[in-house]
Design a protein around this ligand. Structure first.
Ligand code: FAD
Length: 606
């Protein structure tokens, strides 16, 4: 069998970043094993506006199903995750914002490690990106940026970050409406102070208006490196362990995988390290299939335990979103593409002619709300008091019987509530969708133009889990995000709908308002909104925490060097290590993790 210095499991956002950086050194060999294929050449992937069309959401998506969600009317929700070289950045919405600096600082605080704080991590955020400043047209359409927080290094920067070349009128009206309601205009949504409203940066190549995925950023330009071997269409079934341990710790000796084409099982050897980067649902699955996890869960699934690390797969959290939408008097919306096929054909032609038009961009304006935007002071005071009084109760409930993790979740909640009190925890993202977005299909809703305000629950306190149910590597795990298990999450999401409604009728957005569609006039009280939401909220695909970076005494799975407790040479590096949900879309943070992981593995040379 072939042996490599490093084997990376999962060629997704973090995985391909790490492999690419490690192989900058010609003397280092890396194999990446990826379940999906290289989808870079698909129009559904590289044309921004084609997102969600064609095969992008079937073949390229794990479409993990949750178990029935007790607090959401027993519904089974779908958590999307990319299955391709480049992982979720192949199918994501390309919003490239960052969370608030206080949350990155809290991450370090939880780990007693000031190298995981905003100021220490900013160089890694910057290293990952190659930023194109907005042009005159973009500035005229409301784009702001702060050069000091972006990466401009032509030889080092990888992820092309830019702004859309197309804007919808209603987005500008909405930003003004948000400002009317007290939101500040953001100087830059990636500056660590996102409590504001602004145009989101995108992971887009501004030179030709194509998606810049992790594959296009970190793989395609380096595909001919002899020391970088990428094996696609290969699902990792387990990590192989050496017969003897070192210093009482497990030593990985190789990785086993199944080729999709032939169902054949193969192995590669590893001389230095295994890096698990299979995503928040994929990574705990690989560890559990390899015998690392909660021994009881493993035995029930038919896997022989090798290392009892009972918090693998626990501490899982995800953002959920909901909507308020109205009919609008404006006709240039995304709905127009569905309502008028001739218009859609024209717009498609524009993309192919000169890369302009509605398919050339996914423009999004975001407004990140603070508690004071969502709650009255007395509401907030009583919600925090209740959460504090019930802190141990919920931390214990969410910990699945693990006392260390109960302490860890309690510590996370204490930090979140302290930030809530300072109006620094940012519980919701509001974003303007220039068209219909919501739970009703095209066929079932009035054939009209819409304005939608999405409301994403950004700082949920609920924690769930994801675990294997079978030793068969091709069997999906049981994913239980335990959505809405904490009352503060419910209150915040209800508050988000009320804020969205206020925005829809605030000037100047009210100039295009033509009546609310959803939730609808019959949902007026908090209770009615809550009941409606239980039937409709959906995953925002921002799952984190299942292999969390926390001290072992707090139920963590990896240490601050990303090493799995109890192993010599296995690290996890992807969204699963983020200890608690952060108030942002995640890809920029995951690239930062990839950059930091590569740096750690190389001995901190950066
Ligand atoms: C539909 C959608 C929209 C999103 N929108 C945005 C957005 O607009 N902005 C933003 O910042 N973030 C967004 N996100 C979130 C963001 O893209 C992800 O959080 C991030 O990319 C996750 O990176 P990762 O490295 O943890 O996992 P991934 O990038 O998902 O990579 C994991 C990789 O591991 C592979 N894998 C899994 N199991 C195995 C196995 N057993 N063997 C081999 N390979 C395996 C997978 O196929 C995948 O390639 C979105 C996500 C989705 C799904």
């Amino acid at each position: 069998i072939s042996t490599y210095d490093y084997v990376v499991i999962g060629g997704g956002t973090a995985g391909i970043t790490i492999a690419s950086r490690l192989t900058e050194n010609k003397d280092v060999t890396v194999a990446v094993i990826e379940a999906g294929f290289n989808a870079e050449g698909l129009p559904e992937v590289f044309i921004p506006g084609f997102i969600g069309m064609g095969i992008a959401f079937t073949t390229l998506d794990w479409s993990y199903a949750t178990i029935p969600q007790a607090n959401l009317n027993g519904r089974t929700l779908t958590v999307n995750a990319g299955k391709a070289l480049g992982g979720s950045t192949i199918i994501n919405s390309m919003i490239f914002s960052r969370a608030e600096k206080e949350q990155y600082d809290a991450w370090g605080q939880l780990n007693n490690d000031n190298t995981w704080t905003w100021s220490a991590l900013l160089p890694f955020f910057k290293k990952s990106e190659l930023f194109t400043p907005p042009n005159v047209f973009q500035v005229a359409n409301g784009v702001n940026y702060l050069p000091s927080v972006h990466g401009f290094n032509q030889s080092e920067g990888r992820v092309k970050v830019g702004f859309p070349n197309f804007f919808f009128e209603q987005s500008a009206l909405w930003r003004k409406a948000a400002e009317f309601l007290g939101f500040a205009a953001s100087p830059d949504l990636a500056d660590g102070n996102p409590h504001a409203v602004g145009v989101a940066p995108n992971s887009i190549d501004a030179a030709n208006n194509t998606r810049c995925s992790a594959a296009c950023a970190y793989y395609t330009p380096f595909a001919d490196r002899e020391n970088l071997v990428v094996i696609t269409n290969a699902t990792v079934s387990r990590i192989l362990w050496a017969n003897s341990s070192a210093q009482g710790k497990l030593v990985a000796s190789g990785v086993e995988f199944i080729l999709t084409s032939s169902n054949e099982t193969q192995t590669v050897g590893v001389s230095k390290e295994v890096v698990v980067s299979a995503g928040t649902i994929g990574s705990p699955k690989v560890l559990e299939l390899s015998g690392v996890g909660n021994s009881t869960i493993l035995k029930t699934a038919g896997v022989t335990p090798v290392l009892d690390l009972p918090t693998v797969g626990e501490n899982f959290a995800d953002h959920v979103h909901s909507w308020a939408n109205s009919f609008t008097n404006i006709t240039l919306t995304k709905d127009a593409l569905l309502l008028n096929t001739a218009f859609a054909a024209e717009q498609k032609a524009l993309w192919f002619q000169n890369r302009t038009g509605l398919y050339s961009a996914l423009p999004r304006s975001l407004g990140i709300a603070a508690p004071s935007d969502v709650f009255t002071p007395s509401q907030l005071g009583s919600l925090i008091a209740q959460a504090e009084a019930n802190l141990t109760h919920f931390a214990t409930e969410f910990s699945n019987g693990n006392p260390a993790l109960a302490r860890g979740i309690a510590a996370q909640h204490s930090i979140a509530l302290a930030l809530y009190k300072e109006n620094k925890e940012l519980p919701l993202e509001m974003n303007l969708e220039p068209g219909y977005s919501g739970p009703t299909s095209f066929a079932a809703r009035p054939a009209r133009n819409y304005t939608t305000i999405n409301s994403v629950l950004y700082a949920p306190l609920s924690r769930g889990r994801t675990h294997i149910v079978s030793s068969n590597p091709l069997t999906p795990p049981a994913v239980d995000p335990a959505y809405w298990a904490h009352p503060l999450d419910v209150a915040a999401q209800v508050g988000g709908i009320k804020l969205a409604r206020r925005m829809l009728v605030a000037p100047p957005l009210n100039s295009i308002y033509n009546g609310e569609f959803e939730p609808g006039a019959d949902k007026s009280t908090d209770g009615e909104i809550e009941d409606w939401l239980r039937g409709v909220v959906a995953s925002d695909n921002h799952e984190v925490g299942s292999c969390s970076m926390m001290p072992q005494a707090l139920g963590g799975v990896v240490d601050t060097q990303l090493r799995v407790y109890g192993t010599m040479n296995v690290r996890v590096a992807d969204a699963s290590i983020i200890p608690f949900p952060v108030s942002s879309h995640l890809s920029s943070t995951v690239y930062m993790i990839g950059e930091r992981a590569a740096d750690i593995i190389q001995g901190g040379k950066a």
